[in-house]
Design a protein around this ligand. Structure first.
Ligand code: FAD
Length: 363
């Protein structure tokens, strides 16, 4: 079968690109060494939270904010194409400070974020208590980020599968790409049992991207940063909005599933849950919401954030080739998926329209 574009990696990034390219009438082959959405894209908490992530100006902070603005339409379009339900909620986030030092850094952070256009409001104790009555009482300061949102990435992946299939994307799971070879106007993917080639290709294999050999090219190095999460089934609507304190957060999905995170470990692809790390997350979560102290978590899991050398994901065409990169979204791949898919799909479709093989630069 002939394909216009082949994509290695069916996480939220590769699958969103596949969907956008299929909407543009390209015949797309989407390959995954495991299952579609089976890695970071199902493990992620799903905070769409520039307020918790961005402090200073960069092209990428603007890209992330642009992606946040694309989310309502991204979700609405996926829902209308597939009929799938997507838990997407825009109820904001509260950032807490418990000491004078933390209050001072929160104030500085909010001032820096203001120049990025990130809105935050100082919350008085009374207002915080009205919003989150179950929270630990002795808070020194709190800021409310009204634009931060939340999505269930498993719902997005479910909808992306349906949207891709409806638009005739060929999805092949359990097919690992071992090597990529580029020639003028052609990219070849080598798998254990064969070869596929197409005029356009995308490398979107998340943390595994650098394990795929790409001949003759030095690409940005990707690596995994492991993160643990845990969750409790609580009564729905009992925790609104998202609560954050440093690297600890609590968020609740629509059906009451309440997630606490997180950790960061440089452990390669070790899939063994670490009880000490989980104990620490439980302790920190109960430090915010005391009633969790006596509750045994209903679920615990981990995932591999796709980190990359440098401070920005690799998104764009590799000079002088027909290969695009879309990996290295680290802690914000769920957030940045709509903007990444938009950028990569637009670049690819305009390169096909102009018949251009001219480099547009990578990263
Ligand atoms: C604990 C945790 C919490 C997170 N919380 C958030 C959050 O709140 N908000 C947010 O925006 N982001 C969050 N993230 C980050 C987010 O999950 C990732 O940035 C995003 O999922 C990356 O998507 P991806 O498609 O690049 O990677 P992945 O979802 O990992 O997909 C890559 C795919 O490539 C496949 N693959 C690997 N090797 C090959 C090969 N050789 N050939 C073919 N396919 C291959 C894999 O099987 C996988 O399916 C979190 C991540 C973790 C781990």
């Amino acid at each position: 079968m002939h394909f216009d574009a082949i994509i290695a990696g069916a996480g939220i990034i590769g699958s969103s690109i596949a969907w956008r390219l299929a909407q543009a009438k390209l015949r797309v082959l989407l390959l995954d060494s495991g299952e579609m959405g089976g890695e970071a894209s199902s493990a992620g908490a799903g905070m769409l939270a520039p307020g918790g992530e961005l402090e200073s100006w960069s092209d990428w902070s603007h890209f992330a904010l642009h992606s946040l603005r694309l989310y309502p339409e991204f979700v609405a379009e996926l829902t209308s194409e597939t009929g799938c339900t997507i838990d997407y909620q825009r109820f904001g986030a509260v950032e807490l400070a418990f000491t004078d030092d933390e209050s001072a850094s929160l104030k500085t952070r909010r001032e820096m974020q203001e120049s990025l256009g990130i809105v935050s409001l100082e919350l008085a104790r009374r207002e915080l208590h009205a919003l989150l009555p179950d929270l630990r009482a002795e808070v020194a300061a709190a800021a409310f980020y009204p634009d931060d949102a939340l999505v269930d990435p498993r719902h997005i992946m479910h909808a992306l599968r349906a949207a891709c299939l409806a638009r005739c994307v060929t999805i092949r799971e359990h097919e690992a790409v071992i090597a990529i070879r580029t020639q003028p106007g052609l990219v070849r993917f080598e798998m254990r049992d064969g070869v596929v080639e197409a005029p356009i290709a995308v490398l979107a294999a998340g943390a595994w991207s650098s394990l795929i050999q790409v001949d003759g090219l030095t690409l940005p190095h990707s690596f995994p940063v492991r993160g643990h999460l845990m969750a409790w089934q609580l009564e729905p609507d009992s925790l609104r909005p998202i609560v954050r304190h440093g690297h600890t957060y609590l968020l609740q999905r629509a059906e009451g599933f309440t997630i606490a995170g997180t950790s960061s470990e440089h452990m390669g692809f070790d899939r063994e849950l670490d009880p000490a790390i989980l104990g620490d997350i439980h302790h920190r979560a109960a430090g915010l919401l005391p009633r969790l102290a006596v509750r045994i978590p209903d679920k615990q899991w981990l995932g591999f954030r796709p980190a990359i050398d440098g401070d920005a994901p690799a998104v764009g065409r590799v000079s002088d080739t027909a290969l695009w990169l879309a990996y290295g979204h680290y802690r914000n791949g769920i957030l940045m998926a709509p903007a990444t898919a938009e950028r990569v799909a637009n670049e690819i479709t305009s390169s096909l329209e102009t018949g251009s093989s001219a480099p547009t630069g990578s990263r």
